[in-house]
Design a protein around this ligand. Structure first.
Ligand SMILES: Nc1ncnc2c1ncn2[C@@H]1O[C@H](COP(=O)(O)OP(=O)(O)OP(=O)(O)O)[C@@H](O)[C@H]1O
Ligand SMILES: [Mg+2]
Length: 487
């Protein structure tokens, strides 16, 4: 059977980091091929090479059974390959239609033919079974919608191989289902899909073949039928994984957070309070009000102090920690060094007389980064050079290390691998057991059920109900999320 796209003995190093080492894969035409592996395993590096965004130090890319040299993404596109990157790069101030045709606008004479562009867009969208608000600005639509536009953009440029780098990391469960359906549709239409994900259930549900990378090397490629959840996780991490599961809080203390307004709730010291809901049910607004990114619609107190009108930095000084799953816009400064990113918000306590001692900064950063198993070269490297999951670990390390009175964790394990997720969950429980309060917002029901002592369910911007943590609450949450009353 023919190899539509592949790598033959590909190696790529960044300084001392061997991102890919002797990697060989064969992606057969008309299949969904998953590539899985821990944070920093080399998945994104390999995809960039297969698309022509990066070149291997040695080895070669194979297209239609032939070795080829891709000098840039234009070559990849020329060979019918499209890439939807891990961090979407759309222009927020342009409409979806403008983003779709950017650089390849249909013209009539010197003018852009918008009517034709619109027609092409509609035609493409209906072919893959999606409907898009073409005149909306990219900034004003969900990640899931932007992703669909990126997929159509690749198809419009003639791609019949679509590489998707962690497309589901930022999606809600219902959107994941839609995407997996779209991918199956592409396969049925004879296209080839390369799919990266940390969620083994998704991978097992959609892939025909699975390649596992670890430490830059291919561990194995198997047909999906040869694998189950447990065996796949073991291949990814190279060992058996123990999951802690639900462990309720032993002691709770005074309220560390109270929120009054359209959503009212409280979090006590020594307690993890989960927030569940279908995407867009008021979770974002709640988080933004608590951390100070949106004006309050009622009183908010932190450890007894009214913080309703305080700016973000004063809230942080008062004991608030914040982990956002959207590390690019909120968590990290991508062009700043790891050291600077790690000390951000802590620098006041590190310096003396307003001066930071570089050696102290380095030592502090190293301790935090090593403590959270961040895979990095030097503390002077800029955040952008870390793999996606490793960037998220930097944010988590920084926020937990400050020992906040209240931690707001919104999608904390987004893009983090299986082992990292259990590790972070254990750290959140440890923080709680140490007397902090945690407000956990997540679209992952398993994460909420495993971690939360109680779960508040939002619907239509209001509290629909509250249930205890633990696996028994699954059905009740599902019912409340839809705005119904559990029987
Ligand atoms: N431009 C770069 N400069 C320096 N190091 C890099 C660069 N790109 C990747 N690396 C390093 O190469 C290794 C592999 O990174 P890669 O992004 O391929 O991992 P990944 O498997 O995609 O991980 P994740 O699941 O976290 O996204 C990492 O250690 C990363 O820090
Ligand atoms: Mg990656």
């Amino acid at each position: 059977m023919s190899v539509r796209l592949g790598a033959r003995d590909v190696s790529r190093a960044f300084g001392p980091v061997r991102a890919n080492e002797g990697v060989s894969v064969e992606i057969r035409a008309g299949t969904v091929h998953a590539v899985v592996g821990e944070n920093g395993a080399g998945k994104t590096t390999l995809m960039r090479i297969l698309y022509g965004l990066d070149q291997p130090d040695s080895g070669t890319v194979v297209i239609n059974d032939q070795p080829v040299r891709l000098r840039g993404p234009a070559d990849g596109i020329g060979h019918g390959i499209g890439l939807v990157p891990q961090e979407l790069a759309m222009i927020g101030s342009l409409t979806l239609l403008e983003n779709l045709v950017l650089g390849t606008e249909p013209r009539s004479g010197p003018r852009i033919d918008w009517a034709r562009a619109r027609g092409e867009a509609e035609e493409l969208a209906s072919r893959v079974g999606v409907e898009l608000p073409w005149t909306a600005l990219a900034d004003n639509v969900s990640i899931s919608v932007r992703q669909q536009v990126e997929i159509l953009r690749a198809l419009r440029r003639g791609a019949d191989v679509l590489i998707l780098d962690e497309p589901t990391a930022a999606l809600a469960p219902a959107q994941v289902d839609d995407l997996l359906r779209l991918l199956r549709g592409l396969r049925e239409a004879g296209r080839t899909v390369v799919f990266i994900s940390h969620k083994v259930d998704e991978v097992l549900a959609v892939a025909d073949e699975i390649t596992v990378l670890r430490g830059g090397k291919v561990i194995t490629t198997r047909p999906v039928g040869d694998l189950d959840r447990t065996s796949l996780i073991e291949l990814i991490v190279g060992q058996q994984v123990g999951f802690t599961g639900f462990v309720p809080s032993a002691v709770t203390g005074d309220e560390v957070l109270t929120v009054a307004g359209s959503v009212s709730l409280s979090v006590r010291a020594g307690e993890i309070v989960g927030v569940a809901g279908i995407a867009g049910s008021g979770q974002d607004e709640l988080v933004e009000r608590v951390v100070g990114l949106r004006p309050p619609d009622g009183r908010i107190t932190l450890a007894g102090q009214d913080i309703s009108t305080l700016p973000v930095d004063r809230r942080r000084a008062a004991g608030l920690g914040y982990i956002s799953g959207d590390r690019r816009s909120e968590g990290l400064s991508m062009d700043a060094s790891l050291a600077d990113n790690t000390i951000a918000g802590t620098h006041r306590t590190l310096g003396r007389h307003g001066w930071l001692k570089p050696s102290a900064v380095r030592a502090y950063a190293k301790r935090v980064l090593d403590g959270y198993s961040v895979r990095y070269g030097r503390t002077t490297a800029v955040a952008r050079t870390l793999s996606g999951g490793n960037q998220q670990r930097v944010v988590i390390g920084r926020e937990l290390d400050r020992d906040p009175k209240l931690l707001v964790a919104a999608g904390p394990t987004r893009g983090v691998d299986v082992l990292g997720m259990t590790y972070i969950h254990d750290k959140l429980r440890a923080l709680r057991d140490n007397g902090s309060g945690v407000l956990l917002v997540s679209e992952q029901l398993d994460e909420l059920l495993d971690l939360s002592d109680r779960i508040i369910v939002l619907h239509g911007g209001r509290v629909a109900g509250e249930v205890p943590g633990g696996p028994a609450s699954r059905t009740a949450i599902g019912t409340l999320m839809l705005g119904r009353t559990p029987s």
